[in-house]
Ligand binder design. Structure first.
Ligand SMILES: [Zn+2]
Length: 178
């Protein structure tokens, strides 16, 4: 059975057995919080469990490294939507130790892309400075701080919004404030 067939057959059963009932929740976050965290697959269940966040409690945004890259990035737009349109009142930026973005340089990633047969012409088609865009970070604390300051200094951030930086251990779930 292919991955898609497997997925669809599980899904039919999930719906037929009403397994969704224990996840029913309002569409506005009851804990009025927005969480930006890394897309790391170890955090799928661990992060919400370690923060006591359940379905419907928070707006969850996932990016590589949990990075908010710039004041006009899609992540920043999502944060503003969560605060103005979805009733969220606080922003938590949560990086983690042992992150795939730690120490990742754009040189390595560009080489990895080229190794898969992508040509220089294709890189030129992207239309931005790929070398800048594909960089990871050198220390997670600095990266979280950087993201916090981008959000905090955004001209459209509602006044008085708490913006909190944290680092989570992807094994134990332990949080440390940055
Ligand atoms: Zn990560």
């Amino acid at each position: 059975m292919s991955q898609l067939e497997d997925l669809l057959s599980f899904n039919q059963k999930f719906v037929a057995e009403h397994a969704y009932r224990s996840y029913e929740a309002p569409s506005r976050p009851t804990k009025k919080m927005t969480i930006v965290s890394c897309m790391d697959c170890r955090l799928i269940e661990l992060l919400p469990k370690a923060l006591n966040v359940k379905n419907g409690d928070a707006i969850m945004l996932k990016t590589a490294g949990g990075m908010v890259e710039s004041s006009c990035s899609n992540t920043m737009k999502s944060i503003l939507i969560s605060l103005y349109e979805l009733g969220s009142e606080a922003v938590y930026i949560i990086g983690h130790t042992d992150c795939g973005m730690h120490g990742l340089t754009s040189d390595k990633m560009i080489q990895d892309i080229k190794d898969r047969g992508v040509t220089d012409e294709k890189f030129a088609e992207v239309g931005i400075d790929v070398r800048e865009w594909l960089n990871g970070f050198q220390t997670v604390e600095n990266e979280v701080q950087k993201s916090v300051s981008i959000v905090k200094s955004h001209p459209l951030l509602p006044q008085g919004t708490p913006v909190i930086g944290l680092v989570i251990d992807p094994k134990t779930g332990e949080l440390k404030q940055v």
